[in-house]
Design a protein around this ligand. Structure first.
Ligand code: C2O
Length: 497
């Protein structure tokens, strides 16, 4: 194990997309931000220096932060933000994790442009549990607004209605070639991202959804993708034409370049399981076989993105995911439950007086309660949470993210959860293990985890607009009694408010 030092200078940078230039908040002037590389077991030190006029904090999304909650990053949950002119060193050790995760700003909507990949390699000489790829490529999906994201959020807060939908989705920071009619603006913006491949080789694509408010489908024309990992946990490999990836989720897929030549379209398009779905912007990129003749646009093999409301495609992808659960990487699913919770998840007024079994309202845009709700857990207790969607205003899929833990998604269904019949169908053998899970529109998801990480851990919908509206709460996990069972003391440079 070694120590990895990184320096993140948070600076403004004029950036052009869609024929329009605006200043955006970046790390080191890059959009998307720099990739942070480490190995399992490494100690990572990131010095973040704030040179902009906004308060900033950075979250290492999916990193367990065992006993180091002070480095987790959500503003006003585990730290005060880093104020203009101030700095803070995030100091954490990567324990028992390897794979792809992401880092992003965790205050207001700054993560629109302040995000990047976190690539954790296995320990030295430890192989992947799948064939070694010839090359690895980070693919970050995002969203782009022509206007200031600050203006977009203010509009959403003030009106209480949905924010302006973004003007484009992006693949590694680019929407892709613009339609002919609008392509006469500066070519310096670049046409988009191209993945150069060689025939016969295998590529590991590290897919990250860093978008603010959109679940996305990802496809590559003419190529099948083999899913091998989600949220930095290995899965049983399975083949698919389409990947579904929610904001905050990561998915590693193997792609074999099994054609001899040509150019193939790559597409990221929105999924919204809601009657009010409106956004149809598709980001495109290219997979290009090197060696062959330079292909023209007319010879590109196109892909057809699924319709925005393609719930069956989304569901079949989600339900195909399983933990690898091998001898080396066993799925340690809690078989018994000390704490059984049922949380309603939704926007609108929740009639919680009618909820059963001490349900709690996670979301409430009525502002009847201000502040973040807390729920206390005993150290090392096993916890089950049923997340029940209650779509009073607009039923919608909610990607719920838990800080500080991976959890197992043991069950899922449509309609209302039934405590008498549904638990019998839970998968307690090889359920997928992750840190962000979709609660289906008009349905429920059940998760289990062991509360073995003392500290304060945020749980929220990873659609940024829903976090803003209050779809959030936090767990307080008590210290244990053992010598290594308590939260470490706060670092001396922890920002103050
Ligand atoms: Cu990726 Cu609390 O967020």
């Amino acid at each position: 194990c070694r120590i990895r030092h990184y320096k993140f200078n948070v600076v403004m940078k004029n950036t052009s997309r869609l024929c329009h230039t605006k200043p955006i908040v970046t790390v080191n002037g890059q959009f998307p931000g720099p990739t942070l590389y480490a190995r399992e077991g490494d100690n990572v030190l990131v010095k973040v220096v704030n040179h902009v006029k906004y308060n900033v904090s950075i979250h290492w999304h999916g990193i367990r932060q065992l006993r180091t909650g002070w480095a987790d990053g959500p503003a006003y949950i585990t730290q005060c933000p880093i104020q203009p002119g101030q700095q803070y060193v995030y100091n954490f050790t990567i324990t028992g994790q390897r794979g792809t995760l992401l880092w992003h700003a965790h205050i207001l909507w700054l993560r629109a442009t302040l995000h990047g990949a976190l690539v954790i390699k296995p320990k030295l000489r430890v192989p992947y549990p799948f064939p070694k790829p010839d090359k690895e490529v980070v693919v970050i999906l995002g969203e782009w607004w022509k206007s200031d994201t600050e203006a977009v959020i203010n509009q959403a807060i003030k009106s209480g209605r949905a924010p302006n939908v973004s003007d484009a989705h992006t693949i590694n920071g680019h929407p892709g070639p613009l339609p002919q009619s609008s392509s006469n603006c500066s070519s310096s913006q670049g046409g988009g991202f191209t993945l150069q491949v060689e025939s016969g080789k295998t590529y590991l694509l590290r897919l990250i959804n860093a978008a603010l408010n959109e679940e996305l489908f990802f496809k590559v024309a003419g190529h099948v993708l083999s899913v091998v990992e989600v949220d930095a946990t290995y899965t049983k490999p399975f083949k698919t034409n389409t990947v579904l990836i929610a904001p905050g989720q990561t998915t590693n897929v193997l792609l074999t370049a099994d054609k001899s030549s040509g150019r193939y379209q790559v597409a990221a398009s929105p999924f919204m399981d809601s009657p009010i779905a409106v956004d149809n912007a598709t980001a495109t990129a290219f997979l290009h076989y090197s060696g062959g003749l330079a292909s023209s646009a007319s010879s590109t093999t196109l892909t057809k993105p699924p319709p925005i409301n393609a719930t069956p495609i989304a569901t079949s992808f989600t339900t195909a995911l399983r933990s690898l659960n091998s001898n080396k990487y066993p799925a340690n699913v809690p078989l018994t439950v000390d704490r059984s919770l049922l949380f309603t998840v939704g926007l609108g007024i929740n009639p919680c007086s009618t909820c059963i079994n001490g349900s709690r309202v996670v979301a409430d845009i009525n502002n009847t309660v201000t502040g973040t709700r807390l729920y206390r857990l005993a150290y090392n207790s096993t916890v089950q949470i049923v997340l029940q969607d209650t779509g009073f205003i607009a039923p919608e899929n909610h990607p719920i993210h838990l800080h500080g833990f991976n959890f197992f998604a043991v069950g899922r269904g449509l309609g209302n959860f039934n405590n008498n019949t549904d638990p019998a169908n839970f998968n307690l053998v090889d359920p997928v293990e992750r840190n962000t899970v979709g609660v289906p529109s008009g349905g429920w998801t059940a998760i289990r985890f062991r509360a073995d990480n003392p500290g304060v851990w945020f749980m929220h919908c990873h659609l940024e607009v829903h976090t803003t509206w209050g779809l959030k709460m936090a767990f307080v996990v008590d210290n244990g009694k053992g010598p290594n069972e308590s939260l470490l003391p706060p670092p001396s440079d922890l920002p103050t408010c």
